[in-house]
Write a protein that binds this ligand. Structure first.
Ligand SMILES: [Zn+2]
Ligand SMILES: [Zn+2]
Length: 349
């Protein structure tokens, strides 16, 4: 760990999910307060590993996302006086800045009947923008000065700490974030603390070379964090960091935002639909009625997942596309063809 590294943490702060996670009826409950103290210990460890390590923390709250801490902002005035001899100043600044912003935001939350979906996508895209800005700042300062400036963000990574289930409407923005992360060479790690497995975050970790870990013992969070997520990706090649043994590659349809086993893909723009459609809602391509009839006839009966849909003769299709390819020119390595998941493309008229 001799090279400095940048870490952006996205913390899921859904009040209802944290309430469920901390319930004593769980086999290993983890209340929010215990979670925050373990997370702060991990963040302190990150900034202590190297003097030049940088850190930003984003909180995903119901309906919004906020910056909780950034090592790039100036130290607040209250910390410029004489230091407490028993505390390390950077730890003190980090801990109190984060705890103050979290308590301010949580107190400001109104008591709504139904909690809006958490701003995970917002927090993720803001982290990517932050990394992009810092990388550009370092490269322009180096070019303008002609002198090698401080090495900034050589190994940027994002750690998502998630407790909420997937929001299927956020499939497309999450996929676009993954493509941006791939382009920026940012690794996305996912620590799933509570709730059902996250299909989208599994794909995010898989496609960016990160680790997705579902904690069987959430109360042992700090151990997972320090063993798996503290070493930067370059060091992890020498360690045995747990990886996913299986990744759920299913995609969400663009029409109803449902996660589908078998999808129908527009052969022009690669939009995914859960059923054959006469007109692609994204690119307005019309499909021949004969194809629709044939695809409808070949659709498998509702819940019969093990029998693959009979694929129409290859000669009648311009090209066949497997499901899981959202609309993007950068979507490389996305498709995982498997016998149980059949994609059928709709040829344009
Ligand atoms: Zn649909
Ligand atoms: Zn289309």
């Amino acid at each position: 760990m001799d090279k400095p590294s940048h870490l952006s943490v996205v913390v899921d702060l859904s009040p209802s999910q944290w309430h469920l996670c901390g319930q004593s009826s769980n086999s290993h409950p983890l209340p929010l307060s215990a979670f925050l103290s373990q997370l702060l210990a991990f963040l302190n460890a990150h900034i202590a590993c190297n003097d030049e390590n940088t850190l930003s923390v984003y909180g995903a709250l119901p309906g919004k996302s906020i910056l909780l801490y950034s090592s790039a902002t100036a130290v607040p005035e209250e910390f410029t006086g004489p230091a407490d001899p028993n505390t390390y100043r950077p730890f003190e600044v980090l801990d109190s800045t984060m705890m103050n912003s979290i308590s301010d935001r949580v107190e400001a939350l109104t008591d709504l009947e139904q909690e809006p979906p958490i701003g995970l996508v917002g927090a993720l895209t803001k982290s990517l923008c932050y990394i992009n800005r810092m990388s550009n700042a370092s490269s322009t300062s180096t070019a303008a000065g002609g002198v090698q400036g401080p090495v900034v963000l050589p190994d940027p990574r994002i750690l998502v700490v998630s407790v909420s289930p997937d929001e299927s409407s956020s499939y497309i923005p999450i996929m676009n974030s993954i493509f941006s992360a791939q382009k920026l060479k940012v690794t996305i790690d996912v620590c799933k603390l509570y709730g059902p497995e996250s299909v989208f975050l599994q794909q995010a970790a898989h496609l960016t070379g990160g680790s997705y870990i579902y904690l069987e013992r959430p109360d042992a969070l700090l151990q997972y964090l320090t063993m798996a997520f503290l070493p930067p990706p370059a060091v992890r090649q020498l360690l045995s960091v747990p990886t996913q043994d299986k990744v759920d590659f299913r995609a969400a349809c663009f029409c109803h935002k449902n996660i589908v086993d078998i999808g129908f893909v527009c052969s022009v723009c690669l939009s995914i639909f859960c059923q054959p459609v006469p007109v692609c809602s994204t690119c307005r391509t019309k499909f021949p009625i004969k194809t629709l009839q044939r695809l409808n006839a070949s659709k498998p009966a509702a819940p019969a997942p093990r029998t693959p849909a009979p694929t129409p003769p290859a000669t009648s299709l311009p090209r066949s596309q497997s499901i899981g390819t959202p609309r993007s020119s950068m979507g490389n390595g996305l498709v995982a063809p498997s016998p149980s998941r059949n994609g059928t493309s709709l040829p344009p008229r």
